[in-house]
Design a protein around this ligand. Structure first.
Ligand SMILES: [Zn+2]
Ligand SMILES: [Zn+2]
Length: 454
């Protein structure tokens, strides 16, 4: 994931009350309370193993679609859990593990992403990464500075907990370990989530809801933030190449100056957001930013080419499409006014659309989050973010999804270095809450989906 997380919007007064207000989980209270208590105790007990798993994966990070060692390690860990059926090699390195409860019921999927980033870690840790990997044909340092090592470890922890409880579970749990969340648009490859969806990861058994969590640098560690509806933005990468007639700097009239067309286009894109997009529709905000402008290499030579590149981030699929059309229209129109050609490419990638949490399912989990965090005061609703995630790809099939954030700042009441920073670190104690959240949310969904007759 690529973004800065935001501060809490508000604190819920009573997590369980909130859940009931949304009509969640009218199951036998004693039975569900007992099962939840067992799940939370087992989650606490598995914490030392979760830390060990996490440190091994942290020290052995692998880049997108290269997670072979990670997948092997995960499969070995899952093999020791009773009742878990494992299928490997989905979308390359992806793993799907299925745990069937003793009783019939709905199918809840839990997802973790496995890939690391081409970033050199600068943390002074005994398990610091010194790994290298191939990124776009170059050997580069690799590290888990987005915390996907913790996601894998926490999901393994939840699998162990739920495996221990399988005799009491009414329904099926599917554990998804996906490759290549970080691949992003622009490289011509599908995101790992989309690739697994295409290979049928949500079928057989047919999944009713997909749950996922992301660790963040925010304080306080162990707090949980959620958001019903649009939560994370889509990504587009745009690239525009201008081609015209170059010349001598002392005779500009003989050139048609593609550089000027590029510069004017950079400015021309700026009012798309202010004047062409409706901020009140769908999820609302959309951003258009230009991050690259290149042309020429000498003061008295007018170049015959210029290039700009940037990104669209949208919480509204409608605004995303309008922004794409406006970028094309403006670039080609401005270029034409100079007599210059503009070649516009916009790549939305495959699997990076707006992440929209199912509102009802999200709100029904607030009580489970409170139980996991130990207090309703540690659970809050967050604002949407313009960062992106491929978790939304699971939702693109029509299956409801719920994604939440787990705070894990290692710096007390201050936020730590942001995800993707070479100094990104987590407070490992937050993983205990993460395992509890996955287990409690699963039990809640099994119960509420059953009551909803799904
Ligand atoms: Zn990331
Ligand atoms: Zn991430």
């Amino acid at each position: 994931m690529k973004f800065r997380h935001h501060a809490c919007a508000f604190i819920l007064a009573a997590a369980f009350a909130g859940a009931h207000a949304q009509g969640a989980a009218p199951v036998t209270p004693a039975a569900s309370a007992s099962l939840l208590a067992q799940a939370l105790a087992l989650s606490d007990g598995v914490q030392p193993q979760v830390v060990e798993w996490r440190r091994h994966i942290h020290q052995n990070p692998e880049l997108a679609y290269q997670e072979t060692g990670t997948a092997k390690y995960i499969a070995q860990a899952l093999a020791g859990m009773p009742g878990v059926e494992i299928r490997t090699g989905i979308a390359g390195t992806g793993i799907k593990a299925v745990l069937r409860g003793a009783l019939p019921g709905p199918v809840v999927a839990l997802r973790a992403d496995m890939d690391a980033l081409p970033v050199e870690e600068r943390n002074d840790l005994p398990f610091r990464s010194t790994a290298k990997g191939d990124w776009l044909g170059k050997q580069v340092p690799v590290s888990h500075v987005c915390g996907h090592d913790t996601h894998v470890a926490m999901l393994l922890g939840a699998a162990r907990v739920l495996s221990s409880l399988r005799g009491q579970l009414a329904g099926t749990v599917v554990f998804i370990f996906q490759p290549a969340e970080e691949i992003g648009p622009g490289l011509g490859k599908s995101s790992g989530a989309m690739a697994m969806v295409r290979e049928g990861v949500l079928d057989n058994p047919k999944v009713d809801v997909v749950l996922g969590q992301h660790i963040s640098n925010q304080a306080p560690a162990g707090a949980i933030r959620y958001r019903p509806g649009p939560m994370l933005a889509s990504i587009d990468v745009f690239n525009i190449k201008f081609k015209g007639v170059g010349g001598h700097g002392a005779a500009p009239w003989a050139s048609n100056t593609p550089m000027l067309a590029a510069a004017e286009t950079v400015l021309g894109l700026q009012n798309i957001v202010s004047h062409r997009l409706n901020p009140t529709i769908d999820g609302g905000p959309t951003i258009v930013t230009t991050g690259m402008l290149q042309s020429g290499n000498r003061f008295n030579v007018l170049p015959e080419t210029a290039e700009i590149s940037g990104t669209i981030r949208a919480l509204s699929a409608t605004n995303q499409k309008i922004a794409q059309e406006e970028i094309r229209r403006r670039a080609t129109g401005i270029a034409a006014s100079y007599g210059v050609q503009a070649d516009v490419k916009i790549d939305s990638g495959d699997g990076y659309e707006v992440l929209v949490n199912d509102p009802q399912a999200t709100l029904s989990l607030v009580g489970a989050f409170g139980a996991a965090a130990g207090s309703a005061s540690k659970v809050s609703q967050m604002p949407a973010s313009m960062g992106s995630e491929d978790f939304g790809a699971f939702g693109s099939t029509g299956v409801p999804v719920v994604f939440w954030m787990l705070n894990a700042s290692p710096m007390g009441d201050k936020d730590g270095p942001v995800n993707h920073s070479p100094l990104f670190q987590v407070d490992e104690s937050a993983m205990r809450v993460g395992v509890r959240a996955l287990a409690a949310a699963t039990l809640s969904q099994l119960a509420s989906a059953k009551s909803a007759g799904r």
